[in-house]
Design a protein around this ligand. Sequence first.
Ligand code: ARG
Length: 590
Amino acid sequence: MASVQSLTASVHQRLANALSAALPEAADADPLLRRSDRADYQANGILALAKKAKANPRELATQVVARIESGDLLADVEVSGPGFLNVTITDKAITENLAARYADPDGRLGVPYAENPGTTVIDYAQPNVAKEMHVGHLRSAVIGDAAVQILEFTGEKVIRRHHIGDWGTQFGMLIQYLVEHPHELDHEGGEVSGEEAMSNLDRLYKASRALFDSDEEFKTRARRRVVDLQAGDPETLAQWQKFVDESKIYFYSVFDKLDMEIRDADVVGESGYNDMLDETCRLLEESGVAVDSEGALCVFFDDIKGPDGNPVPLIVRKSDGGYGYAATDLSAIRDRVFNLKADTLLYVVDARQSLHFRMVFETARRAGWLNDDTKAEQLAFGTVLGKDGKPFKTRAGETVRLVDLLDEAIDRATTVVREKAGKVGLIEDEIVENGRYVGIGAVKYADLSTSAVRDYKFDLDQMVSLNGDTSVYLQYAYARIQSILRKAGTARPAAHPELALAPAERALGLHLDQFGELLLEVAKGPEPHKLAAYLYQLASHLTTFYDQCKVLDDANPQEVVENRLFLVDLTARTLHQGMALLGIRTPERL
Ligand code: ARG
C-alpha cells in the first residue's frame, strides 16, 4: 500500500517544525498553509501566533525562515507583508512527487486511506412501488451513488440501503384489484421490459382507482385488504409481492439506464422492518420517549410547533393501530445501528423531508439508539427546477417522468457526439455508446456540480455544452489526452525530475498534488460538488497547459516529450478516477 505524502503536507510539516523551533509554545500550531497566486503557497498563521506570544510578526517570520529545512523541496521562502511567508517549491520536488504517485501499484494514484474508517449505512435511491420515478429519485440515486463510491475509496465500510416505499394503505386497493383479476401481472411470454412493467402497473393503478372511486363495495373490500396485508395473510402477501417484483423490473431498468449498479440484497424497503415495529413502539413507550396522545403513540418536541403554535408530534403509531413512515424509519435505525453495526447513518433524501428526519433522529437519540459515537445525518438535497425556475413539471402540470428526461439527454448527447465522430473515426456502435455515456454523464454532473442542498435548473442545452463546467468538457479533456498518447508512437510517458518546468506545467502539477487531500475532504461531507469543482479546475489547467506547452513537437527534446506525456497521463488517470467516483464514464475516444 503506497500512499504518497503530498507536497502540501511536506511543506506543512517543515513549516511546523521551523515554527516550533522558533517559538516553542507554537509546537502544535497550524501555519495555515494555502495555495497562492504570489508563490506556490502562502502561510498566514504566523501573524496570529506572534500576536498571542506578544512577538513581532515579521521578526518571528524571519526566524522561521532561518530555521526551515529546505532540502530538495523548497526553492524559496520569503517573508512578505506584515508577517506572511511565501513558499516556492522546486521543480524537481514537483516532478518526483508526482512520479511516486504515478508509480503507485495500487492504482490509487497515491491517495491515502482515511485515518479512522468506520461503517456507514447510506440510504439512497429509494423509489416507490407501483409509481413512476421522478427527478427527486434521480437526485437521491446520483448523489447517493457518488457518496458510496467516494467513501469506499477512502476505506470506509459502506452498506447500501434502498428504502423503497413498498408498504402502506394504498396497496389495499391495488391488491384487492389483483385478487379479483388474478392474471393481470402474469408474464407468459417471458420477461417484460422496464417500460412494459411500468405501463402494467400504471394500467392496474388506474383501473383499481376507478373502481375504488365508483364502487362502494369494492372500497370496503379494499379497506379490509389493508388489514389482511398488515396481518401478514399469505394470499395477500403473495399478490403484494407481484407488485414489488413488477416495480423492481422497472426500477432496475431505470438504474441501468443511469449506468448505476443497484444490488437486490441492498433493497430493504419499508416492509423489511415490519417485524420490528411492535418492539420499537414498546421500547419508546417504556422509556417514556413516546406517550399516548388521543390514542396515538407520539413523541413531542419543545421546538417543533405548527402554524397555530401547538406542538407538532412525531406519530409513531396511529390511533387505529396502524404504523407509518416514522415507525419504519425508527426501526430501520435500530437495525442499522445494532445489527449492521454502523457508526454513521446517512440519508440522501429531499430537503422537504428534513422535519421528519429531525424528529426521527431526535427520538432515536432520546431512546439511546443514536449518540455521540453513532450519528445520523440527512444529506438533504434541493429541488430540480425547470428552465422557468419553478419546480420541474410538464406543460400539463404533471411530474416529469425520469425515463423521458434521460432519453432526451441521451438523444441530445448522441447528436453532439455524432457531429465530431467523423474526425475521430467512431463507428456507429461507438457513437451510440458514447452518446449514452455523455448524456447520462451530463445529467449526473449537472446534479453533482452544485452543492446538494441547492436547487438547480434542469437545462439540457447547458448540460451537453462543450464549453464550461460540464461533464462533456471533462470527458473531452480525457479523450484528448488519450489521443495524444496514441499519437506519441514510440515515445512513452516518463518523469524527468531534472527538467525545469514551465509555469503551466507547475500549475497543473501542483493541482494534481492536491487530489489526495481533496478526496479526504470531499468524503467528510460527503460533498461531491467539491470533487466536481476540482476536476473542472484540473481540466482548465490542462487547457492552459496545451496553449503554452506543446507535447508532441519535433522541436522538443526527447525528455521534454516524455515528461509532458507523463504529466498528461497522470492528469488523465486523475480525471478518470475522479469521474468514476462521480459515477461518470470517460470514453477513450470522443
Ligand atoms: N421513498 C421515499 C420517497 O420517495 C424516500 C425514502 C427515504 N428514506 C427513508 N429512510 N425514509 O420520497
